[in-house]
Design a binder for this molecule. Structure first.
Ligand code: NAD
Length: 484
């Protein structure tokens, strides 16, 4: 299996190679095979990317918004036309089953391009009357934005960051995760084919040091990171030194609270989606499932039965429901958390082992019950198919325990009592919440975290705030009344 791109980077409208950069092997997680090699960006590549973005941005921002929008819409159409091939490449890059990548990854990226294309021409300023004088406001682009991606939704992340950035007149230099470098290069090609002028969307490969070089460059106006909290703290601090705008989409340990009166089957289905989709490698997963004691037995019985039926296998087979984890390192980390949960006394309901499939990085879908708040499994982000079920008695107790974490990315509530649903969701400390649903993230809705899980929002009208700034223009209409 090979998925070698034409070159490692995409700069100023064309592929660019510089083999002086350290090699990064791209590994197909289902077999452990090396499917491509890319090279880390050298300082010369980083310079070329930033210089071309800086050169191109002014003319792009000066276009009519409908002209920018037309190009984004064309790019969205190209993504949809090529979705089967793009989904296959995403599967090779991440190990996620095509059953998912065909419907979730690039399609949600195309949604973002379409959405922000539609939104861009509607962005206007306001006029503020002041009697004789007045002020009007202009919403301007920020300039050159840096996007840094995680490996779990590499192409979706590249689209979710570049679509609002470009729609509002910015340029972007995007650094994918070194674990999944392939999808963003396809996006760069598609943008050029759709008519985007060269330099407005550049892709440079590399590890943290390349990200660090981008974040601290004086030409950069904004940094949008999707990654873990520790990386977010570093990148936020580095961006702060240059007083740059930031969007931080970071990790979570989100609660899903299931009350006795909920539909048990719906809640079980949502808990499974919120723990096993993408083999559990989703930032907003509901990894602390609080189940009210009256339905605990029924909930666990159904959960165990439905989990036992999940089909693990070749991610390129459309019948496969769960693929491997993204890397050997992630496999070790997740197996380590499983062993810790066993040692700390959680009750293993199902799974709990590596799944022996080829030489891929597979873990069985795993459920632990009787998890307590103090256990490592209830406190740290695992990023694998490992669900923790905790019991509770009262609503107030569930809210207090759900909020007792540094994270605040997402939260969910299942109940038939709508007054309670709104009351509880109103008190949960999280940026993205669901009532009787979980992990649905349509582009129309703002997405992001509270507390340590993030700053800023992606998607929805909210993203406009994070890729533009307001200029106030005071217009004096009469003589200047100076006292000297
Ligand atoms: P990570 O933090 O290890 O890396 C994220 C990116 O940051 C990578 O591209 C990496 O190369 C880069 N990076 C690392 N150090 C850097 C530095 N010092 N300066 C600049 N860039 C640096 O995260 P990961 O393991 O790739 O992804 C998993 C994490 O991402 C999880 O914590 C998950 O919750 C989070 N995530 C959050 C969201 C969200 O929208 N909130 C979405 C997906 C993933």
């Amino acid at each position: 299996m090979k998925a070698q791109p034409k070159a490692s980077h995409f700069v100023d409208g064309a592929y660019l190679e510089d083999k002086a950069g350290a090699a990064i092997e791209v590994i197909y997680p289902a077999t452990g095979e090396v499917i491509a090699v890319v090279h880390e960006a050298t300082p010369a590549v980083v310079e070329a990317a930033l210089a071309s973005a800086t050169r191109a941005q002014g003319a792009w921002a000066a276009l009519r918004p409908v002209e920018r929008a037309r190009i984004l819409r064309r790019a969205a159409d190209l993504i949809r036309e090529r979705n089967p091939d793009l989904a296959r490449l995403e599967t090779l890059d991440t190990g996620k089953p095509v059953q998912e990548t065909l419907v979730a990854d690039w399609p949600s990226g195309a949604d973002a391009l379409e959405y922000f294309a539609g939104l861009a021409p509607t962005i206007t300023g306001e006029t503020i009357p002041l009697g004789r004088d007045f002020v009007y406001t202009i919403r301007e682009a920020l300039g050159v934005c840096v996007g840094i991606g995680a490996w779990n939704y590499p192409s979706q992340i590249a689209c979710w960051k570049s679509a609002p950035a470009l729609a509002l007149g910015n340029a972007m230099v995007f650094k994918p995760s070194e674990v999944t470098p392939l999808g963003a290069l396809q996006l760069a090609e598609i943008y050029i084919e759709a008519g985007l002028p060269p330099g407005l969307f550049n892709v440079v490969q590399g590890r943290g040091a390349v990200g660090g070089a981008l974040v601290t460059d004086p030409r950069v106006a904004k940094v949008s990171l999707t990654g873990s909290v520790p990386t977010g703290q570093k990148v936020y601090a580095a961006a702060a030194a240059g007083v740059r705008h930031v969007t931080m989409e970071l990790g979570g340990k989100s609660p899903l609270v299931v009350f006795d009166d909920a539909s048990v089957e719906d809640a079980v289905g949502a808990a499974m989606l919120g723990n096993f989709y993408s083999a559990g490698q989703v930032c907003s997963n509901g990894t602390r499932v609080f189940v009210q004691k009256g339905i605990k037995a029924r909930f666990l019985k159904s959960l165990a039965a439905r989990t036992a039926k999940i089909t693990l296998g070749d991610p390129l087979d459309e019948a496969t429901q769960m693929g491997p984890l993204v890397s050997a390192a992630q496999l070790d980390k997740v197996l380590g958390y499983i062993e810790t949960a066993k040692a700390e006394g959680a009750t293993l309901v199902c799974g709990g082992e590596r799944a022996a499939l080829n030489s891929g990085f597979y873990v069985q879908p795993t459920v632990f019950a009787d998890v307590t708040d103090a256990m490592t499994l209830a406190r740290e982000e695992v990023f694998g198919p490992v669900m923790a079920v905790l019991d509770f008695d009262t609503e107030d107790e569930a809210i207090a325990r759900a909020n007792a974490t540094e994270f605040g990315l997402a939260a969910g509530v299942f109940t038939a009592d709508m007054a309670r649903a709104h009351r509880v969701v109103g008190q949960l400390q999280a940026g993205t919440t669901w009532i009787n649903a979980y992990n649905l993230t349509p582009v129309e809705a703002p997405f992001g975290g509270a507390k340590s899980s993030g700053v800023g929002r992606e998607n929805g009208h909210a993203a406009v705030e994070h890729y533009s700034q307001i200029k106030s223009v005071y217009v004096g209409m009469g003589p200047v009344d100076a006292p000297y």
